[in-house]
Design a protein around this ligand. Structure first.
Ligand SMILES: NC(=O)C1=CN([C@@H]2O[C@H](COP(=O)(O)OP(=O)(O)OC[C@H]3O[C@@H](n4cnc5c(N)ncnc54)[C@H](O)[C@@H]3O)[C@@H](O)[C@H]2O)C=CC1
Ligand SMILES: O=C(O)C1=N[C@H](C(=O)O)C[C@H](O)C1
Length: 233
C-alpha cells in the first residue's frame, strides 16, 4: 500500500515506522500545505496534523480521489461538511478521536457503565484527561467521544471544561510532560467511587490502529468509524 502522510510530527513518524514494518511504502511526508501532485499515486492518506489544517487536508484528499484516515483532533466543527463531501465525491473517509484498540474497547465499556449508572442519583460523574504539554486542543478528542458516550446513555445533556452545570459532565484537562494520553471517568458517591481509566504507555497503539484502518479502507466507499474497522458491537 502506498501511503501519503499528512503531518510528519510525533504521530506521523510513529506511523511511518509501523507502516514500513507492515511492508507498506511511504510516498509522501507532508508537514505543511500541499498540492494534488504531492499525493498523486497514494492508495491512502493518513492525516495526523494540526486542528487548523485537518479539514483542508481531508478536503484535498477527497477531491483527488484519495481515501483518507484522520486522527487529528480539534477540528470537528467541520466534520459534517467532510461527511457530505465524502458522499458527494463517492470517496472513503474515517475519523477517529482515538485509533487504539484499547481505547475503542474503553469507549464501549464507558457506554455500558453509563447505562448502568443512569438511574443512580447518588453518583456524580466527572472526567479527567492528561496529555503532554505540546497538545494544542483541550479537552482531548477522546474525552469528547467519552462524554458523548455518556450523554447518549444517561440524562446528561452536555459537557464543560472544569465547571459544569447540573446536567453536564465536568471535564478536567491536565498537561504534564511526556504523557501520551490518560483518560479517567469517575462516578463519585458518598460511600464509594467507581472509576475506570485507560492509560496509553506510548503512541504505538494509536499509530498501529491508524495503519490497520488504512489497510481496511482500501477498495471501500463511504464514511466509517473504528467500530467498523475493529468489528466492535
Ligand atoms: N486519533 C488518535 O488516535 C490520535 C490523535 N492525535 C492527534 O493527532 C494530531 C497530531 O498529533 P502529533 O503528531 O502528536 O502532533 P505534532 O505537533 O507532533 O505533529 C503535527 C505535525 O503537523 C504538521 N503540520 C502543520 N500544518 C500542516 C498541514 N497543513 N498539513 C500537514 N501537516 C501539517 C506540523 O508541522 C507537525 O509536524 C493532534 O491533533 C493530536 O491530537 C494524536 C495521537 C493519537
Ligand atoms: O494529542 C495527543 O497526543 C492525543 N490526542 C488524541 C486526543 O485528543 O484524544 C488521542 C490521544 O489521547 C493522544
Amino acid at each position: 500500500m502506498k501511503i501519503a502522510l499528512l503531518g510528519y510530527g510525533k504521530m506521523g513518524k510513529m506511523i511511518e515506522q509501523i507502516a514500513i514494518s507492515r511492508n507498506h511504502e511511504i510516498i509522501a511526508k507532508i508537514d505543511n500545505e500541499f498540492t494534488s501532485k504531492d499525493i498523486a499515486g497514494a492508495d491512502v492518506a493518513i492525516d495526523f496534523s494540526v486542528p487548523s489544517a485537518a479539514f483542508g487536508n481531508i478536503t484535498s484528499c477527497l477531491e483527488n480521489g484519495v481515501p483518507v484516515i484522520s486522527g487529528t483532533t480539534g477540528w470537528l466543527d467541520n466534520y459534517d461538511k467532510a461527511v457530505d463531501l465524502c458522499h458527494r465525491q463517492k470517496g472513503a473517509f474515517i475519523y477517529a478521536s482515538n485509533f487504539s484498540l484499547g481505547v475503542n474497547i474503553f469507549f464501549q465499556l464507558n457506554e455500558y457503565l453509563a447505562r448502568m449508572m443512569s438511574n443512580l442519583e447518588e453518583y456524580q460523574v466527572s472526567m479527567e484527561e492528561i496529555h503532554h504539554t505540546q497538545k494544542l486542543d483541550a479537552p482531548s478528542g477522546t474525552a469528547i467521544t467519552l462524554a458523548e458516550g455518556i450523554i447518549k446513555n444517561s440524562s446528561k445533556t452536555g459537557w464543560q471544561l472544569d465547571k459544569a452545570g447540573d446536567n453536564e459532565i465536568p471535564i478536567t484537562a491536565k498537561r504534564i510532560e511526556n504523557v501520551p494520553g490518560t483518560h479517567s471517568i469517575r462516578y463519585s458517591g458518598k460511600v464509594d467511587d467507581i472509576e475506570i481509566t485507560h492509560t496509553a504507555h506510548s503512541r504505538e497503539g494509536f499509530a498501529l490502529g491508524a495503519v490497520i484502518a488504512a489497510e481496511w479502507i482500501i477498495g471501500k466507499t463511504g464514511v466509517f468509524s473504528m467500530k467498523d474497522v475493529l468489528n466492535l458491537d
